[in-house]
Write a protein that binds this ligand. Structure first.
Ligand code: GUE
Length: 291
């Protein structure tokens, strides 16, 4: 291991503290508390753990967590009716519908129903379009967190070669858009890419978000590169990333661990987006660049 460890957990703690510090002046100016509604459908144990963690972090930041737990038997119409109710509720600044939804529900239709101004996940196509065109909106939490770690480490990313491995709407595509906006030269690789090592050979930045345990090998990585591992895979009860950590850490300049890397940043950025949503809803000025 020669790479520096990128401590996402500690960076996330700092971000959460900055968010918490901005809740108090918001309350002083508006008389209310930012509110995040989290909707969980069904009994998936992993989802229940995430939702509990989000609720705890929300309260620790001084914001209100509004949790809706619906049974597996919930119909599409019932779920849409709840989203409509949350859209209309002035105490709700952010809405998160925990994914994945049970198979009988149409996630795309549900996400389309969320008011884009409350879409703190940044999953609504309006927010995807805003990111793609450089307009203010909400950026998905995981790629936003990755970008913060990269800028904290490197400062200006301009001119760097970045390879994003994965093209999902929630990580790969928005990550590529963010890095492009920061003037990186971006390659998006994916499961059909023929020669991934060929592209990684030149990458100063690697963001791995393919959802396959230990997929990216150390000998594919350029010596000194920065490796951001978005993967959350459970192997034999252990949490591992999409990067083969031991081999990559001996080549990279810096690398995020799993756990303790990107995951905590996702939650901190969710709180950040909720705070920003609240300030926007009340039209209280906020320098969004400082968080
Ligand atoms: N609408 C929606 N928005 C999401 O943002 C969303 C979602 N659905 N569905 C599931 C994924 C997953 N996700 C994570 C958040 C935090 C950690 C996290 O904090 N991980 C810790 C470890 C947690 C553990 O030990 O299990 C870490 O990496 O250090 C991981 C994963 C948010 N997601």
């Amino acid at each position: 291991m020669s790479a520096a460890l990128i401590d996402g957990k500690s960076f996330a703690a700092g971000l959460r503290a900055r968010v918490a510090a901005l809740v108090q002046p918001f309350h002083a100016q508006t008389g209310r508390t930012p509110g995040l509604a989290v909707v969980l459908v069904g009994e998936d144990p992993a989802s229940a753990v995430y939702v509990r963690a989000k609720g705890k972090a929300t309260r620790e930041a001084g914001m209100e967590s509004i949790e809706h737990k619906l049974p597996d038997t919930t119909s599409q119409e019932e779920l849409l009716a709840l989203v409509d109710k949350l859209n209309a509720d002035p105490t709700v600044d952010g809405i998160l519908v925990q994914l994945p939804l049970p198979g009988h529900l149409d996630a795309e239709e549900v996400l389309l129903r969320i008011d884009p101004g409350k879409d703190v996940d940044g999953f609504h196509p309006v927010n995807a379009g805003r990111l793609a065109t450089g307009l203010p909106g909400f950026v998905p939490c995981t790629p936003l967190g990755c970008l913060m770690l990269l800028e904290d480490l490197h400062g200006d990313l301009s001119g760097m070669d970045a390879v994003v491995v994965g093209r999902s709407n929630i990580v790969g595509k928005p990550m590529a858009a963010l890095l492009t906006a920061k003037s990186c030269t971006v390659t998006v690789a994916h499961s059909r890419t023929r020669n991934l090592p060929h592209y990684l050979k030149h990458a100063d930045i690697v963001v791995a978000a393919v959802g396959r345990a230990n997929f990216v090998k150390g000998d594919w990585i350029k010596p000194g590169a920065t490796v951001i591992d978005v993967g959350i895979n459970r192997v034999d009860g252990r949490l591992v990333g999409d990067v083969d950590f031991d081999s990559a850490a001996s080549v990279a300049g810096a690398i995020t661990p799993v756990p303790g890397g990107v995951g905590p940043m996702t939650i901190a950025c969710l709180l950040r987006n909720t705070l920003v949503a609240a300030y926007r809803h009340e039209e209280v000025p906020l320098d969004e660049g400082i968080i």
